[in-house]
Design a protein around this ligand. Sequence first.
Ligand code: PGA
Length: 263
Amino acid sequence: RPVIAGNWKMHKTVAEARELSLRILDGARDVFPRIGLFPPALSLPAVVEEVRRVAGNLSDEVLLGAQNLYPADEGAFTGEISAPMIRAAGGNAVIVGHSERRQIFGETSDFVGLKVEAAIHGGLVPIFCVGETLDEREDGRTTAVVGDQLARGLTRIERPDDLARVIIAYEPVWAIGTGRTASPDQAQEVHAYIREELGKRFAALGGDPPRRDEVLILYGGSVKPANAADLLSQPDVDGALVGGASLDADSFLGICRACPAEG
Ligand code: PGA
């Protein structure tokens, strides 16, 4: 099943997060994709509470988590949160390696690799973000950059089963928050490349080639209800990671409804 995940970034107080999650959950009962909610960590317990109340025993169906983690269980790391803390708060997933973390907070691909490992070992589904800048694209280096991010990010994942739990998000940096989205063809091209690289990685780990539905690759970058159907109908696009448009229940649900029910 495709995934439509909302990255709320640094938006919404606890009360606002509760309200937004309720509005989304109310409207999401009849949508086909699996939804994901990534509020600021302070609001995660409140959102978990709403999800459990509304979705009951289907609440595990919702991907829920933080936007970052630190790769240690606990310790003197002021300002950070860990995988066990996210789990204890009711989360089942975490965003890792978002380009804002890489660009504003200086996270390297090797550090992101530690985080992907920490997420998997901590029982969380990592939504592992990769993507090139505009300069890198214009220099013809898109696949080299994305390939390097993938290799470093996944280097510590050593079991095919663990690799299958990682969700990749392809987010071209030039499309994030800019209103300028990748064309469906541009997205498809990079998604197909990522799927091929993942196939090689499975083989290197001694695993069978992944089934088509075993590896999820989401697109992110200015996804809106109006452009979602074209992007999501590409054969290798398995869903979306949505920033700005996830802050409004109607636009987030509009993207969910634009998601084709098959293919
Ligand atoms: P955007 O953000 O939808 O606002 O472009 C996407 C993201 O950063 O995940």
